[in-house]
Design a protein around this ligand. Structure first.
Ligand code: I3P
Length: 126
């Protein structure tokens, strides 16, 4: 609804495009499948939307995230050994869902890494 979108917009810390692959579900390994994804960092959540292929249309009215993860207790680290791609970081939720996130642009990757890490640390201190 418009109210929900407005509430979410208020909480948005960062949004943008990254390459993403899920590599584990509940601790069970998955086959990599890299795809472009639109990420929204808001509140305690990181949400993944289907890449709209157009810039910065937010909020994507009516659309729901393809998936959303709770950042509480999550772990994040640079992952130089888990991919042949550059600027890759590894992200793991408490429930054992694991993702690799990546941009060819080093600054973009760095910004996302810091933003997600910041939220995780804030939640750790609550
Ligand atoms: C995978 C695909 C991935 C690659 C992965 C391959 O092959 O090419 O892009 O990961 O490497 O197995 P397929 O398309 O047949 O599933 P990176 O691009 O992250 O290196 P990996 O198996 O060494 O992880």
């Amino acid at each position: 609804s418009i109210t929900d979108d407005a509430e979410l917009l208020h909480m948005v810390e960062k949004c943008g495009q990254l390459n993403k692959t899920k590599i584990a579900e509940g601790g069970r390994k998955l086959r990599k499948c890299w795809a472009s994804s639109w990420l929204v960092l808001a509140g305690n959540s990181l949400m993944f939307y289907k890449d709209p292929k157009v810039s910065a249309a937010w909020p994507p009215s009516g659309s729901r995230p393809e998936s959303s993860v709770d950042l509480r207790g999550a772990r994040i680290e640079w992952a130089r050994d888990l991919s042949s791609k550059r600027n890759v970081f590894h992200f793991r939720t408490v429930t054992g869902n694991e993702y690799l996130l990546q941009s060819d642009n080093e600054a973009v990757s760095q910004d996302w890494y810091q933003a997600i890490k910041g939220v995780i640390h804030r939640l750790d201190q609550e």
